[in-house]
Design a protein around this ligand. Structure first.
Ligand code: PLP
Length: 454
């Protein structure tokens, strides 16, 4: 099909993130024009169910009147100010208060960024700052995991445990280590029970800590349920064992809630669903339901006290972003949290979770599907070449991308993460809309199977 005018303008002007650039000139991008509820519409007027809330972020869907009004009001009152050098704005104060109220640990202070990557970059600096303040400057290494996704800046991309984020960029930087991915289906050994798998990978983490020396390790970072690595739900008991190990060696537990946070798993935070208590949290995405960019880091009193002591020595706390605490984003954050509360979004997610699970389990029987994974309203469908042996498709086959393209033909937007199809619909989705989403997904899988057979 020849490209439309707007598609041609796009390929002439834009460098697209995470896109097969060599193919885009032929296929052209899908240019979205407007949205309402769980639906988005392209420039040709075609309707799609947004099965991914954009990029795991538009939790309240599109065109929410209350959020639109909030944005208009804040823009006319004060479109911009910053928090540097002792300035402040009330939306940032109010949002920090709200975050402290709903935090799953004794959060003392909130630091604002514009994105999840910046939040995780900040986390690393804060862990280093903390240990300098404590007089142990050698305690600086950060342990992340294979298949983790923590962002794209030089340091957050280093924390990310996916090869494409490292290749060609000379990453990871030093002092960033990666331990096992807690994915039993892919990494469990033949004959190994899930409990044995968990014990083995926690044992590997223990061995890494001992080998490196606990006095050199500042923090461990984890997404409770791993998102962009393929929606991976770690085995029961995993985090309890990891938490105990970290506590034993005085290693901070950094919780990356950028996808999990704000009700996605049926609780405010993924760490509540997965049963661990962090020392600090990164969040973004659903913090504003994606109506404006915003990230945040929440820290404990112990961390904050150390920052005060250290900044006293050097004059200032030397970190901050021009748009950290942006009043528009913060006003939208306050309103999003208010909506999550007054519309009972967490209870709604919990009430739809059994239907989400049941429909995913039905899909698990499909010949192309190796494993389905889920929590609350986030899920993953791993496609395999051989269901019995779990044999994946050849690298470069592009089964996930093929499936996502069939999805678009069927009016469904999903995200292909390698061979896994991720689902993360707006949390306001109704039961009927959820059924429609899965009906389209089932047809999409059948179409994909037919294309593979051809
Ligand atoms: N952390 C997690 C868990 C994420 O999923 C993402 C983005 O998908 C990030 C961090 C990076 O966030 P951003 O793209 O806003 O920089």
């Amino acid at each position: 099909m020849p490209l439309t005018n707007v598609q041609t303008r796009d390929v002439e002007a834009l460098l697209h993130p995470y896109t097969a650039l060599h193919k885009l000139r032929e296929t052209g991008p899908l240019v979205l024009d407007h949205g309402k509820g769980v639906y988005v519409y392209d420039t040709q007027g075609k309707e799609y169910i947004e099965g991914m809330s954009g990029l795991w972020c538009a939790g309240l869907g599109f065109g929410d009147e209350e959020l639109i009004e909030t944005a208009k009001e804040q823009l006319s009152r004060l479109p911009y100010y910053h928090l540097f050098g002792g300035k402040s704005v009330e939306p940032a104060i109010e949002l920090a208060e709200k975050l402290k109220e709903i935090a799953p640990f004794e959060a003392s202070k909130v630091f604002f960024t514009s994105s999840g990557s910046e939040a995780n970059d900040t986390q690393v600096k804060l862990a280093w700052y903390f240990n300098n303040a404590k007089g142990r400057p050698e305690k600086k290494k950060i342990v992340s995991r294979v298949k983790a996704y923590h962002g794209v800046t030089i340091v957050s991309a280093s924390l990310t445990g996916l090869p494409n984020n490292h290749r060609d960029f000379d990453l990871p930087v030093d002092r960033i280590l990666h331990t096992d991915c807690p994915h039993y289906y892919r990494f469990g050994e033949a004959g190994e029970s899930e409990a044995d798998f968990t014990a083995r990978i926690v044992g590997n983490l223990k061995a890494m800590i001992e080998r490196e020396g606990p006095e050199t390790i500042a923090a461990f970072i984890a997404e409770p349920i791993m998102g962009a690595g393929g929606v991976i739900v770690p085995p029961k008991g995993y985090y309890e064992q990891v938490q105990a190990l970290l506590a034993e060696h005085d290693i901070l537990f950094i919780d990356d809630e950028v996808i999990n946070g704000f009700g996605r798993t049926g609780n405010w935070w993924g760490c509540e669903t997965m049963n661990f208590t962090p020392d600090s949290i990164s969040c973004a995405k659903q913090l504003t339901s994606a109506y404006a960019p915003l990230g945040a880091v929440m820290v404990s009193q112990e961390l904050y006290d150390a920052f005060v002591a250290e900044s006293q020595k050097i004059g200032v706390f030397g970190h901050g972003f021009t748009y950290g605490g942006h009043p528009l984003s913060c006003a939208l954050g306050v309103k999003s949290i208010e909506i999550y509360q007054k519309r009972n979004i967490l209870a709604h997610v919990r009430s739809l979770a059994p239907q989400f699970e049941e429909r995913l389990k039905r899909i698990a029987d499909h010949p192309l599907v190796g494993e389905v994974r889920y929590s609350g309203l986030v899920g993953g469908v791993e496609l395999v070449a051989d269901k019995t042996t779990k044999r994946p498709f050849q690298p470069g086959h592009g089964i996930g991308a093929l499936c996502a393209r069939h999805g678009e033909s069927n009016g469904l937007i999903v995200r292909a993460i390698g061979d896994t199809i991720a689902l993360c619909p707006p949390m306001i989705i109704t039961s009927d809309e959820l059924d429609a989403l899965f009906d389209r997904l089932e047809k999409t899988l059948d179409d994909t199977e037919r294309s593979v057979a051809e």
